[in-house]
Design a protein around this ligand. Structure first.
Ligand SMILES: NC(=O)c1ccc[n+]([C@@H]2O[C@H](COP(=O)([O-])OP(=O)(O)OC[C@H]3O[C@@H](n4cnc5c(N)ncnc54)[C@H](OP(=O)(O)O)[C@@H]3O)[C@@H](O)[C@H]2O)c1
Length: 265
């Protein structure tokens, strides 16, 4: 994916959860690389501010969709919104997500359902809708933002870790299905990153590792998109955690993770 779309127009990308954090960093990095953008989140004011910044700095065309992506039918609405703007999509960045921390039995059921919709249903349905067009044109990319937490069981973040594990497995399978069609599938697995994520999840990590910056996550992800690994981790900590997750027994990993996440003394 260069800086020119298929027919000489600028390439076109969607970023979900673009209002802040890692999603906003994807939007900034892609605009700087010459992409036009469709940015999605529920926060119109933040999206407006980001869009005007990107338009003035990079002369990008920036379209906005203020949308709750956890609602049923969101993927279809996003697909229709994208097709109204452009015939083809070059890059789909599925980044919107949130954490839910604590005893699973104390979590409100609507919030649990919201996460299942946002992390799984929305992402799977979006890929199902956008991927055929990419396969037909023998070009395109899909980045799904999962997490290092998807590589092992994480007590007190149980549903979060499991939905991210789903995204990792799904992306790894899909990448192989579409490889021959010139479509790149990547699953980006950041570790702790300095965003609003932890405040939203009501989670204060006790991990001794320093948090990444969103721009660092995005740099690693976009650098790997053309020819890097399909599962991207960040810095030196990411590959180390990935190696530990693959080598150690899962019961041991769950116990070790609980030492960092246990909410009770
Ligand atoms: N920060 C970390 O430590 C970390 C580590 C590993 C993976 N991740 C993953 O990185 C991704 C981005 O998170 P972040 O760290 O950048 O957190 P963040 O700063 O809290 O940003 C989350 C983004 O997701 C959007 N979002 C959440 N629920 C939504 C909904 N129902 N509909 C539409 N948009 C929604 C938010 O937009 P609005 O609130 O404006 O709607 C916001 O733009 C998530 O998938 C997260 O799981 C984060």
């Amino acid at each position: 994916m260069g800086t020119q779309g298929q027919h000489g127009e600028r390439p076109f990308a969607i970023v979900t959860g673009a209002s802040r954090g890692i999603g906003a960093a994807y939007a900034r990095a892609l605009a700087a690389r010459g992409y036009d953008l469709l940015l999605v989140s529920r926060d119109k004011a933040r999206l407006d501010q980001l869009a005007s910044d990107l338009i003035s700095r990079h002369d990008a065309a920036v379209y906005l969709e203020v949308m709750n992506l956890a609602e049923p039918g969101a993927a279809h609405r996003l697909y229709v919104a994208a097709r109204q703007r452009r015939q083809h999509l070059d890059l789909l960045v599925l980044n919107a997500g949130f954490g839910l921390f604590g005893d699973f039995t104390a979590m409100p059921l609507p919030r649990i359902q919201e996460m299942l919709h946002l992390h799984i249903q929305m992402n799977v349905e979006s890929i199902r809708l956008f991927l055929p067009g990419m396969i037909e044109r023998l070009s395109g990319g899909i980045i799904t933002v999962a997490s290092l937490a998807g590589l092992f069981p994480v007590p007190y973040l149980a549903e979060y870790a499991a939905t991210k594990a789903f995204l990792i497995s799904f992306s790894e399978s899909l990448a192989e299905e579409v490889r021959a069609f010139g479509v790149r599938v990547q699953v980006c697995c950041p570790g702790s990153t300095a965003t609003d994520f932890h405040a939203t999840a009501a989670f204060r990590p006790k991990s001794p590792l320093t948090a990444h910056q969103p721009a660092q996550v995005v740099r690693a992800s976009l650098a790997a998109l053309e020819s890097g690994p399909l599962l991207v981790t960040i810095g030196w900590q990411g590959p180390l955690m990935e190696w530990l997750a693959r080598c150690l027994p899962r019961t041991l990993l769950a116990k070790a993770a609980a030492r960092w996440t246990r909410p009770h003394p």
